[in-house]
Design a protein around this ligand. Sequence first.
Ligand SMILES: Cc1cc2nc3c(=O)[nH]c(=O)nc-3n(C[C@H](O)[C@H](O)[C@H](O)COP(=O)(O)OP(=O)(O)OC[C@H]3O[C@@H](n4cnc5c(N)ncnc54)[C@H](O)[C@@H]3O)c2cc1C
Length: 415
Amino acid sequence: MEFAYSPKVNELCRRVRDFMDAHIVPRMRQWHEEVHQGIYPVSFMEDLKALARAEGLWNLFLPGLRDDEPGTRLTNLEYAPLAEIMGRVGWAAEVFNCNAPDTGNMELLHMFANDEQYATWLRPLLNGEIRSAFAMTEPDVPSSDATNITTLITRDGSDYVINGRKWFITNAAHPDCKLLIVMGKTDPTAESHQQQSMVLVPRDTPGVDIVRNINIMNHFSPEGHCEIVFRNVRVPVSNLLGEEGSGFALAQARLGPGRIHHCMRSIGAAELALELMIDRAQERKTFGKYLHQHGTVGEWIAKSRIEIDQARLLVLKAAWMIDNVGAKEARKEISMIKALVPGVHTAVCDRAMQVFGAMGISPDTPLADHWTWGRALRYADGPDEVHLQAIARMEVKAAREHLGASAAYLTPPLR
Ligand SMILES: Cc1cc2nc3c(=O)[nH]c(=O)nc-3n(C[C@H](O)[C@H](O)[C@H](O)COP(=O)(O)OP(=O)(O)OC[C@H]3O[C@@H](n4cnc5c(N)ncnc54)[C@H](O)[C@@H]3O)c2cc1C
């Protein structure tokens, strides 16, 4: 087992880190100021994207990238430490065309788009010319069980007509968002996992009504987590992605790699929080001691290091599994990191916020934003509990093969 990154990955890490230090970190204040003034996309985004692309730091997330597609083809394992570096700044991934939910959508289109869909949607997404959203969750039903969704996609001649209400749809408020991948039911009478389909809906289609951008813990996100009503939205049948009834399977295919990217970035956010915590703890003294010399704070630092390293190792293992046996075979590991990492992300940010005193919950550090996003990730792409349930189910199923064998280790008293 090899724990070190390869020379190629170390070199890419250096380049992404240098890019962040030179072009992204110095613009954090400007990003906030412009967003506060309603300037979005921010004025420098396209320049930074062009620079990242020119430097070969583009579409780093897509292992299946073809030779004629823009970007650097990396495995998930190679990409993980790069995403970690991007995760230190909430908006950095977009600069490298590696941001959610576009990455998951690009992967989905890469696998299932036909030639026309490829040219219309995937090409501009790979070029970073447009943004996209994925619309599954609904306010009226518990959507962590995707079989519950009620949006109807009804065939009418050579069109589909879509009616339903979605919410928390990330990216839908982005001015460059041109595509909504909508999940709904084409056949509510079919077997429960074959009722759903996905259709590609141009965002400017009549009947698509973006009702509001929902704040996350009262934080405003300019790209949006939107509530959208679809009223008699009509798209040609050729906008179907994959086959009718395949929506559930497509959603599973999309969420595997998408989930791991969030976790990779979360490790970076937690690592930054720990760095801030340690710096602060070495600067400030209370009751005659530096903060890190108080046992409680020392323990927070130690626990955070242990939890981050545990989480990173598990994320790298999941990435290795996706690369070597595929996302389907890696679904237990993907659920494990999805249930674990957002918790580590928020726990480390929470300790760092406490070490900073009141400043920790102010906008003067990035901690409150990172904490908020970590908390949101405990729902996005499926709540913790659903992943824990999935892990338990797989563990119990696997254990059935040797059911009862553990009894040999029991030592009941002799009678
Ligand atoms: C910031 C953010 C961005 C998002 N982006 C998108 C997006 O782009 N597109 C999209 O479609 N959706 C998006 N979502 C929605 C997200 O995927 C859903 O919130 C999530 O799947 C849970 O669905 P729900 O909110 O309907 O909760 P429900 O399904 O109502 O579940 C509520 C709670 O019930 C509990 N629960 C559910 N199942 C189990 C179980 N098996 N065992 C134990 N407890 C259980 C959990 O505690 C869960 O939190 C986003 C959410 C957030 C917060």
